[in-house]
Design a protein. Structure first.
Ligand code: NAD
Length: 274
């Protein structure tokens, strides 16, 4: 063994510098895993590396939309893990909100590139390592907005449906390689994406008071560690979808039997609908 991982299990995380990715990096580090954290944000990666200890991780700048950059990042990771990868965690993501026509075309294209093409780049690049690792898991961050299409985050929601559909299909395909495939559908998670994504229609961002007042119900504000626990849970089982919190699954179930009711409830949450 020549790499820093020294035979430890390993996880490759995109968007690893912040929020859900960072919480997952810390959780797996605490379980004795070797962590690869990849992100655009080099400053935050440097502080994570310091927290985890340089011998326990590899951190590197990566733009998931750049296939060549992705392949180079995978090669750097493989050099530390002797060609193995127990979990690929496609987690990097960005948000866009507002009415469809208020979001500039270029911003929408970037959203699709990061949230969906980035996942495809990851899977193409990591597949040889996943195949070479017994019981490996290909895991991605979808969203509660992939239960029912969500107005005012319509394309974001569509990218997350794409991730969810890809997960289901590849879960069947990759069984022949011995690779499991799963995803998480988080609700409202307390991370920077919530605060930093302006509504393109009116320029507003959720205030601290608004976020902190979400204390009850399916869309209560939850810590990123709750999603990290779902990733950990997914490694131990064959379950495909990890809803955080688990009761979010009811949107998926109820829309089959009560589609007008669910559509009406989502419509009522829009401004001006009272
Ligand atoms: P976050 O903003 O804290 O983290 C996202 C990270 O992705 C950032 O560090 C950012 O630098 C990185 N990133 C963005 N574009 C990138 C690119 N092109 N290449 C590499 N890295 C890039 O937000 P988060 O909530 O931790 O987001 C993680 C994932 O969770 C995203 O896919 C997001 O869509 C999803 N999600 C979040 C919530 C929520 O409520 N926070 C809910 C459902 C799903």
């Amino acid at each position: 063994m020549t790499g820093k991982a020294r035979g430890r299990k390993s996880i490759f995380i995109t968007g690893g510098a912040s929020g859900i990715g960072r919480a997952t990096a810390k959780l797996f580090h605490g379980k004795g895993w070797f962590v690869g954290a990849f992100d655009l944000n080099e400053t935050a990666l440097a502080s994570l590396a310091q927290e985890l200890g340089n011998d326990n991780c590899i951190t590197r700048k990566l733009d998931v939309t750049d296939k060549q950059d992705y392949e180079n990042a995978i090669a750097a990771f493989a050099a530390e893990t002797d060609g193995r990868m127990d979990i690929l965690y496609n987690n990097a993501g960005i948000g866009e909100s507002g009415w469809f026509e208020d979001i500039p075309y270029e911003a929408t294209m970037r959203l699709v590139q990061v949230n969906f093409i980035g996942v495809l780049n990851g899977i193409y690049s990591a597949l040889p390592l996943l195949k070479a690792t017994p019981n490996s898991l290909c895991f991605s961050t979808s969203s509660s907005s992939a239960t029912h299409g969500m107005p005012r985050i319509a394309v974001y929601s569509a990218t997350k449906f794409a991730v969810k559909g890809l997960t289901e299909a590849l879960g069947i395909e990759f069984a022949r390689h011995g690779i499991r495939v799963a995803d998480t559908l988080p609700g409202l998670i307390d991370t920077p994406i919530l605060r930093n994504t302006p509504n393109r229609t009116d320029g507003t961002k959720p205030t601290e008071d608004q976020l902190k007042s979400q204390t009850r119900g399916t869309f209560r504000l939850m810590p990123p560690e709750a999603v990290a626990e779902a990733v950990w849970g997914a490694y131990g089982t064959d379950k495909t979808h990890w809803y955080v919190p688990p009761e979010l699954v009811w949107i998926d179930r109820m829309k089959v039997f009560l589609p007008r009711y669910i559509r009406g409830k989502i419509g009522k949450s829009l401004p001006g609908s009272e």
